[in-house]
Structure formats: structure tokens, C-alpha cells
Design a protein around this ligand. Sequence first.
Ligand SMILES: [Zn+2]
Length: 282
Amino acid sequence: MHCILCNVLMEDFGRDFNGVQIYRCPECMLVKAEPVQSGASAEMYDDPEYFSGWGSDKDFDAGSHDENLHQLTNQYLDFIGAHTEGQTLLDVGTGHGLLPLLATKRGYRAEGTDVSRHVCENLPAKIGVPVHHGSIEEIRFDKSYDIITLIHVLEHTESPVSTIKRCKELLNDGGFIVVVVPNYRSLDTRIKDFLSKRNLKSRPFKHLALGHHNYVFSLENLELLGRLSGLETVYKGTGGASWKQDPFNRLLARMNMATWCYVVYRKPEQEASATGDRAHAA
Ligand SMILES: [Zn+2]
């Protein structure tokens, strides 16, 4: 098992409480579950109950979502507003669709994608936003976008490299990709890894949520992922949910040890001219 980012041999890191094999890259600390859950696990996402878990209403009624979810989604949109430019936004793996809905209210022309048929059949009528069905690699688009968001999505994909490269293809020159994922180097995960390794947890490695998550990232390997995909990392940092922004969590964020990684990639302007420049220099 080689690391998809460094190509070095990954270490056997143990098994989680469900028996899922865990590998970790000694170079970049990327964590990978084996076997990887394929797109066929779309069945899992087709279950309406899947969406009732995180304060979201399973019928996608925006007014019935938890207040925390509204607050968090607005926090994401504040972040997107501060670190990107553009008007057209594609939210990959949109789920309950609150992000494109609230983005529209801020003046973006937003669309979504989802692997869940349940989402794609029911969500557009509820939020008035187009939602494309399938994985980003499979969907045929007739346009490109200024901003593509993957909020708690990349860790679920079969191949993060092909997902990010496909997003780059769909971006306008100078466009942005915004990624939010769990932070493997968070304080919480470091402690729970330590306890899991020493069999001091009743359900070892439950915190990695393998089975839903195929990969667990950190800031360093996300930057590597961008570089491999020909993207510039214009922002990287960690943070948590807005209602947890007490002094302790702000300190963790400063140490890059908060719960989630936030990364913004930018697609270079006019890629073709780069080869032209090299030819010229030669
Ligand atoms: Zn690696």
C-alpha cells in the first residue's frame, strides 16, 4: 500500500473497532482506510435517515434545520467570502443543500452535486438550486465555475487526487477550491489515537469515522495534494464550529490543532502560457 501523495510505503497502523484496516504514511501522515468505500456506497447516502444526523432536517426544509447548522453554514460562507472571488459556486456533495441556498441569498449563482439520488430528486424543489447527480468525476457539466466547495466531502471520496484534479478542470482560470475536512493532527485526534493504540478505548479509532471516511488529512498533506494537482495553496489553517470559539479553541486554531482543516487552492491564470514561458526561457 503506497501513499497516493508521496508514493512511499504506508505503515500498518492497526484496525478500528469494526475491523477496518488503517494505514498511515510515515512521510505526510495521510491516513487511509482499507478497503476504500466505493461510490457504490452511494446506497448509504440514498438513505433519507443519513441526513438527519447533523442537525439537518431530512426533508430539506431550511427552516427546520438546527440553528447551529445555519450558524455554521454562514461561518463557511463568511470564510469563502474572505478568501475567494467570483460569483458562480459549485458545492460538491451538497447534502442538505443549506450552503448553496444561503450562498444564493448572498448573491452567488450556486449549484450543487451529490451522489445521493434522494438528495438530487428532492432538494432542488426545496431550495431552488440545481443539484447534479453523481460523483464529480462522472457528471458532465456545460460550464465552469469561479468557486468549488468541498465541505466535509474529500474524506469520503475514493480518490482525492482525481476529485481535486476534476474540480480544477471545472474551474475558471484564477478560480478557487475550498476544502474543509477533519484534521488528523488535531489535539482531539492525537489523544484518541494515543488511547486507541494502547487499547485504552472501548471502540478503538472510532474518532476516525472509517467506513464513512476513506482518508484522514492534515494541513501538510492537503498542501501536497494541491501541488500534485497543479494548484497553489493560498490559505491553510484549522478551526472548529462557530459555537465552540472559546479561548481554548482559538488557541488550538493558532497551533493548527483545531478540529477541522480549512484549505483554499487557486488555479493558476492561463496555464498554457507557463509552458510557453519555459520554452521562451530555454
Ligand atoms: Zn504520504
